[in-house]
Design a binder for this molecule. Structure first.
Ligand code: ZN
Length: 302
């Protein structure tokens, strides 16, 4: 049986230490995927100039625009970068660090770990780490591409010296996973706070088929923000620079940042800052992963 949560319902009054007294913590995360999600759908798409240029927008225009937006608010964010993107766009990726932001591990090729063998997942992990290290970046956190973590992924992160993960969705506040190789802080994300579900449209390969108005995305994210303030959670925005870096969407993101600041009871933290706060909180929940076993007699379909 999964371990039960230590508390449920509104508990803002208990003000756990990881929130540093705030009603909620906002963690701004940006995936700088570049060409990798398209190539992960098939290497033939390297020949598709529109698809490749659609992804190059990420580094050429979207990322600089979002870095400027964060500078307007003097905010630091956490950027997840696949190793291949770091190799192809070293200057753009180095600019993230130069602006004072955190760069974290996001695989090498952006192929989902659930589609890889254990040996392939390890190679992906190590190659991605090497590509960031080559730019002088020492990541402390990891996010599985497409959030497609396996039950091996957490321990793999610990074995390579990383301290937090943002891939699993069984909570809306942080906790510690005790793996056989040591502890890992989990900072749970959710699809509702991901701009991919609002903005991703690419017919070939089919990465998504929605182009929602930024007002809708903003409305959804503000509802989650205020819910997290009431229940004392982690508001982890996941934006992609090729999506939210487009002009109308960047304006909506500015409105979101203004709204978070105006609430007056939300603290911004990066992934590594949250990890430190979580580990310093004696009341934080600790769990172990308990992989689900599916009986073939009950579920004959693989
Ligand atoms: Zn990604």
């Amino acid at each position: 049986m999964p371990s039960s949560p230590t508390s449920s319902g509104p508990d803002v009054s208990s003000s756990p230490g990881w929130r540093d007294g705030a009603a909620a913590v906002a963690m701004l995360t940006f995936a700088v995927d570049g060409e990798t999600p398209v190539l992960a759908a098939g290497r033939r798409y390297a020949e598709h100039a529109m698809a490749m240029s659609h992804q190059a927008y990420d580094l050429r225009r979207g990322l600089p625009r979002l870095l400027a937006l964060l500078a307007e608010f003097d905010l630091r964010a956490t950027f997840f970068v696949p190793g291949l993107t770091a190799e192809r766009w070293p200057d753009a990726v180095s600019a993230i660090v130069e602006r004072g932001h955190e760069v974290a591990h996001h695989s090498y090729s952006h192929r989902p770990s659930t589609e890889l063998t254990p040996a392939e997942e390890r190679v992906e992990f190590e190659r991605g780490l090497e590509a960031l290290t080559a730019l002088g970046i020492q990541p402390t956190g990891y996010r599985s591409p497409m959030w497609a973590a396996t039950w091996r992924s957490a321990e793999l992160a610990v074995q390579h010296g990383l301290g937090y993960d943002t891939s699993l969705m069984d909570d809306d506040r942080p906790y510690v996973v005790d793996t056989p190789s040591g502890p890992l802080v989990e900072l749970p994300p959710h699809w509702s706070l991901d701009d991919w579900e609002q903005y991703a449209y690419l017919p070939e390969p089919q990465l998504g088929n929605v182009i929602e108005p930024p007002e809708k995305a903003l409305s959804l994210w503000l509802a989650e923000l205020d819910g997290m303030r009431e229940y004392g959670g982690l508001f982890q925005l996941t934006a992609h620079s090729f999506l939210s870096g487009r002009p109308g969407r960047a304006r909506a993101l500015r409105q979101l940042l203004e709204a978070i600041a105006d609430r007056g009871d939300v603290t911004f933290m990066t992934g590594s800052e949250l990890r430190t706060a979580v580990l310093a909180d004696p009341g934080i929940e600790r769990r172990t992963h308990e992989p689900v076993k599916a009986d073939p007699a009950v579920y004959p379909n693989w």
